[in-house]
Design a protein around this ligand. Structure first.
Ligand SMILES: [Zn+2]
Ligand SMILES: [Zn+2]
Length: 323
């Protein structure tokens, strides 16, 4: 696509997450298009280097701009295409002032210049996926890189599990698979998109729910400290056994998190070694790498991990380094 755009005398912007701006990745572009046509913009550049790249783009010498999110502002001439790789990556949203979302700016530029915007990902953002499907813009790769096989995926309806009397978080099928893994001395990784123990605590008599006074979201129960925490701003308070509104003692815990999953797994498989990895277990002394190394080297059977933005990045980072 970039080749075609260049043939027409136009230019291209390619955004990649900062972490992907590796020499190997850049070398591929250089091998295909030549160094003089490419400008690189990323945070490791000095102000001087950044200025030089900026000027090369402005003079229309560099036809392809490759960079992290801020490269979307590059002063390109006659833009022909914008490509955003790993579009689901959270780094495209700037959390520094001025706050912006490079994806939204790209969409604006694409409309303004009447050019295509390509969002690439093996694990697209739900929002992007939905929009692409709706607008007939979804292009699916039929084969994976190196023709490797797709993993088998099964979706289990937990309502049906409830109907057969299984009230736990683990479906009969998953239980079977974990057991099989244990017998075969293989490891299991369980992912859950929530941390903590219960996602909300409610009074069954008056319906009172503990919420964060600043963010107005329900507080998550953390069993170890017996405290309620806001996962948005970090606000926390003591747990309560008596409703602050109606004094009822009929307090119930709803929803689930990684802590509860760990408790359940330990109950189901009492002799199994588990380890949990989420922001609550990761400290300076116990880093992601440490936990993953333990998982690798200390005969741990089940790793329970939380799937969330920045953690995912660190996970893939240490994963590649240990590979
Ligand atoms: Zn109450
Ligand atoms: Zn809060």
């Amino acid at each position: 696509m970039i080749g075609k755009v260049l043939e027409r005398g136009k230019t291209a912007i390619v955004l990649v997450p900062e972490i992907s701006l590796t020499p190997q990745m850049v070398d591929r572009f250089i091998a295909r298009f030549g160094e003089e046509k490419i400008a690189l913009l990323h945070s490791k550049l000095s102000v001087g280097e950044r200025y030089d790249e900026w000027k090369r783009i402005e003079r229309n010498e560099a036809k392809i701009v490759i960079g992290a999110r801020s490269a979307i502002f590059a002063p390109v001439k006659d833009l022909g295409i914008i490509i955003i790789d790993e579009e689901h990556d959270t780094s495209y949203k700037s959390d520094m002032t001025p706050k912006y979302n490079a994806k939204e700016i790209a969409l604006y530029l694409a409309k303004e210049n009447n050019i295509p915007l390509v969002l690439g990902s093996a694990t697209p953002d739900m929002e992007t996926y939905y929009k692409a499907e709706k607008s007939d813009g979804l292009i699916t790769l039929k084969n994976r890189a190196n023709n490797s096989k797709l993993p088998d995926v099964e979706i289990i309806d937990m309502k049906k599990e409830l109907a057969i009397g299984n009230k736990s978080m683990i479906s009969t099928r998953l239980h079977e698979m974990i057991e099989k893994n244990l017998q075969n001395k293989k490891q299991t990784i369980l992912f859950l998109n929530r941390r903590g123990y219960s996602t909300f605590v409610m009074c069954r008599d008056c319906g009172y729910t503990a919420t964060c006074p600043k963010c107005n979201v329900s507080l998550t129960y953390h069993i170890k400290q017996d405290r309620l925490k806001c996962h948005y701003c970090g606000y926390e308070r003591k747990n309560f056994t008596e409703c602050p509104e109606c004094k009822s003692k009929n307090i119930r815990y709803f929803g689930t998190g990684t802590q509860k999953l760990e408790v359940e797994i330990n109950k189901m498989f009492p002799n199994v070694k588990t380890i949990r990895m989420d922001i609550d277990t990761v400290t300076k002394k116990n880093s992601y790498d440490d936990i993953l190394n333990k998982f690798k080297n200390e005969g741990i059977d089940i790793l329970i991990r939380n799937t969330n933005g920045s953690q995912r990045t660190s996970f893939s980072k240490c994963y590649t380094s240990s590979e």
